[in-house]
Design a protein around this ligand. Structure first.
Ligand SMILES: C[S@@+](CC[C@H](N)C(=O)[O-])C[C@H]1O[C@@H](n2cnc3c(N)ncnc32)[C@H](O)[C@@H]1O
Length: 277
């Protein structure tokens, strides 16, 4: 049987070193859009790669060496559960901080890290289940979070290698965590969670599908949602971003019967939502 253009495009992209770790459904979704728009298969392949770079690769300009990173974590976390490691938290936190530099999104959060999570958790009831959607390297923030030892932490992204690393981090530090490789545009999770993190993610999903944020929020089942936006672009410009994203959030929240608290940090704008679910 002959391969369709979409099958060929998807196979081509997944064969390349830079994209082979990405969840195939997202490659197919973007590939189908680009095949519709472009004049040739070659142009569609190039445009699909560009879009995948925009929504994923651009945040990882210096890709983490996962083997070395695990060695560093092994030295600091040993095999002790996170509560024990956190009784001497400085070393583990220092390693996590160093590793979080490798993803632009967590790197931007480093200057506000303590303040960010302290402020958010001061406004939450006890949390037992957390879903970190489009997580990047944010699960490495676990040693900062005031969560009970048995909290169930689920981390979702499109990169299988990054998720394998995060799963190893959970195991090394005794976190009751698991990872899922998933395209949350086509396959949004619907299970109930106490807290769902959507950190700097909605604008990224909307680059692929302008209805992605609305559709995702319709499906998610979180008692609390933490939705944030960058207060500066990847290039460091910030003009008007806070106002624009405030308007975007308000449009999304409109008609949803949410209770919302807004927090403006130096590098991030955050909305803590109680959903009444
Ligand atoms: C702006 S970064 C945010 C990372 C993290 N939430 C944080 O704030 O540190 C966007 C993340 O979304 C992931 N991503 C992009 N498209 C996705 C999709 N369709 N489904 C799941 N994750 C996606 C990327 O791999 C990247 O890690």
């Amino acid at each position: 049987m002959q391969m369709s253009d979409l099958e060929w495009l998807t196979a081509q992209i997944l064969a390349s070193t830079k994209y082979r770790e990405i969840v195939p459904e997202l490659v197919q979704r973007i590939g189908a859009q680009e095949l519709d728009k472009r004049r040739s298969l070659k142009e569609a392949v190039k445009a699909t790669k560009n879009k995948l770079h925009q929504v994923g690769g651009a945040y990882q300009q210096t890709k983490l060496n996962y083997e070395k990173s695990l060695e560093l974590l092994r030295e600091t976390a040993c095999t002790e559960p996170v509560e024990v490691a956190v009784s001497n938290p400085n070393e583990l936190r220092a390693s996590c901080r160093q590793l979080m530099q490798a993803h632009a999104s967590t790197r931007e959060r480093l200057p506000i890290l303590d303040e960010f999570y302290e402020t958010i958790f001061a406004n939450l009831p006890p949390i037992h289940t957390v879903l970190d959607l489009a997580c990047g390297l944010n699960p490495l923030v676990y040693p900062w979070l005031p969560l009970p030892g048995d909290v169930q932490f689920t981390a979702v992204d499109i990169y299988s290698d990054m998720l394998t690393f995060i799963q190893e981090f959970f195991e090394l530090t005794g976190v009751n965590g698991r990872t899922q490789q998933r395209d949350i545009i086509g396959n949004p999770p619907t299970e109930p969670y106490d807290l769902i993190l959507l950190l700097k993610t909605l604008p990224c999903l909307e680059q692929v599908d302008k209805n992605a944020a609305v559709n995702l929020l319709d499906k998610l089942n979180g008692r609390y949602l933490l939705i944030s936006y960058p207060a500066q672009s990847l290039g460091g410009r910030s003009k008007g971003m806070v106002e624009n994203y405030t308007q975007q959030f308000e449009a999304l929240a409109n008609g949803r019967n949410w209770q919302v608290q807004r927090f403006e940090f130096a590098t991030e704008l955050a909305f803590l939502v109680q959903t009444n679910r």
